[in-house]
Design a binder for this molecule. Sequence first.
Ligand code: AKG
Ligand code: FE2
Length: 500
Amino acid sequence: MKRSDDSEREKRRKRRRLIQELGEQRIPYLSPADPGFQELWDSSYAGLALRQSSALPDGLHERVQSALITLQRRGCLLRDLVRVRDRDVFTAVSRALVGQPGYTYRYLDTRLFTIPWHCEGEEGQKDEKEKPCCDSDLRDDRLLEEKQEKEKKEEEEEDIQFNITIINYMDPSAMTQLKEEPYYGMGKMAVGWHHDEDLVPLSPVAVYSYSCPAEPKKEGERSNVLGTAYNIACWRVGLKVAWDIHTPGLALPLQSGDCYYMTADLNRTHQHCVLAGETARFSSTHRVVQCCTGTLDYIKKRCSEALENLHTDPEKNTKSLKSLLPSALQRIEDIHNEVFEWLRQYWFQGRRYARFCSWWTKPMEQMEKDWKEMERMTQLLLDVVEDENTAQENRREMADVLLNALTDRQQHRQTWRDRYVCQSSLAQTLPAEEAPADRPYWSNEDPDMPLPFDLSEIINRVESLLWRGKVSRNKMTLWGCMTSLTGVICVPLPFTWRIV
Ligand SMILES: O=C(O)CCC(=O)C(=O)O
Ligand SMILES: [Fe+2]
């Protein structure tokens, strides 16, 4: 958290410096009609590739486009509440994450959970009831994904499989406040400048762009009529070299059905934005997400690892911790914090997942149960640390581990509560099932919960234990020095640390 805060601050500083340097001026950017466009593309944007709509097989467009429309009609595409520069905002585009079952994708402090796409040979797929309602539609999307994957493989001879796609939708006529692109004057942005986050290094990003046909204009409305066709401003992707105000930017128009690719390390060295056209538009943005810490399998393994340290005596029906080694305790308390974050992320997005896809419901219920057991484990650790009769040699170290974990936990809880409270006003515009849920949250008197939500009182207790430990140690050292100096006791004092 600290490191990401620092890098955020650093970025803000850099951005301010660039804006100052730029003053009132705008940096030039080139579009296809401008001289030098292709040269600029070749020299400064070589990782960008375009595959025009006509180069894709017949039949594909229709299937993919109808799949996208179905997702939208079924209400699967929703605006995310993300965190940008310490503020919570709605994304201008509505989105859905579709991909490998159990995968998640993190961006702007938000973890999205996949609507699973169909996987060949998957157990659950045989059970019709378990399938997400839009699964059959997603298969079309997967065809596209397979195709793009095959093409990319041929091009790059790399064994890369896209594991997720973020599907975006926006109808500019329904948006009143789109931001102007600030550095180049490229026009209204649907998605601001960014690098795609959370990808494996060098992951290509393959984007299918579908602009819906324009509604015919009504009598009397101003339009550029060319015979029966309209000259409609089209959607574009904007590219710029990151932290550079000298290289001109590039604006690439996208006709409906075009694909563009960001290959090699373009996503790292450059930023991109999406410039709104006049009609509604979908995009399906395929990528290879880091999956080491972002899958359900991963977090389930972490839960099991933590719970292994909990021993239940079946006769007495009591629980205890198996290992009190500080390194083991540290790992478990870290897992506890990590699981809490998954739960809050999930519930912050309300019940939207359950509405059209039941895939995550059971796993999240289980995760909440596991996390409750971890609350019990923290309570058991606190008992050991506070028990004066169990003279544990590493009691101070245990208290240290506990204090660090509780301090982090308290801070996370505060951050999530703030996000929730601050959202409440924004969220009032949402249907109940999409509004953020304040979960897990409980009152301090909840008999089901071993420890309170607000940890400040416990943190004070553990802090004062450590503090008293220090005082007692200093007193003993002082006493040892005095007595050996006066010669009353001439042997070194046996010294053991004890928290009293
Ligand atoms: O819609 C596009 O063309 C790209 C969207 C994008 O940059 C994103 O979803 O990360
Ligand atoms: Fe992007």
